[in-house]
Design a protein around this ligand. Structure first.
Ligand SMILES: [Zn+2]
Length: 116
C-alpha cells in the first residue's frame, strides 16, 4: 500500500473528495497527487474498496474554456448576426423567422443607416 493516510468510508475529512465526487461537481483532480486513501470495507474475505482522495481546493473545472473555445463562441455569435442576404453584421441576431436582417426582409437591403 501507499504511505497516504487512510480514512474509513464516510469518515473522510472535509475538503477531500474522490475522483467521482469531483466529477459530480464538474471538477477533476487537475494533476495533483492524491493526498489520502478512502477505504470501504467489504464482506469478509474480500479486500476493501479503495479510492484516492484529492483536495477539492486544488481541483480544476473539467472543461476549462480555452482562448480557442472563446474565439469559437465569438465567431458563432458573429455568424448569427451576419445577414445571409446583404452580408452585413448586425447588432442583433438574424431572426430565424425572417432568414435575413430586417432591412432585407423589408426589401431594403444593405442600408448603411442600419449599421451606423
Ligand atoms: Zn441583410
Amino acid at each position: 500500500m501507499s504511505t497516504l493516510p487512510v480514512y474509513r468510508w464516510r469518515l473522510a475529512p472535509d475538503g477531500l473528495a474522490t475522483y467521482r465526487q469531483l466529477r459530480a461537481r464538474g471538477l477533476r483532480p487537475g494533476g495533483q497527487e492524491p493526498v489520502a486513501v478512502l477505504q470501504r470495507p467489504r464482506r469478509r474475505g474480500r479486500s476493501p474498496l479503495v479510492a484516492h482522495l484529492y483536495r477539492v481546493d486544488l481541483a480544476v473545472p473539467v472543461r476549462p474554456m480555452t482562448a480557442a473555445k472563446w474565439a469559437a463562441v465569438r465567431a458563432a455569435l458573429v455568424a448569427r448576426r451576419t445577414c445571409p442576404g446583404c452580408g452585413v453584421v448586425r447588432e442583433y441576431c438574424i431572426p430565424i423567422s425572417l432568414g435575413t436582417c430586417v432591412p432585407c426582409a423589408d426589401g431594403h437591403p444593405s442600408g448603411l443607416e442600419d449599421v451606423l
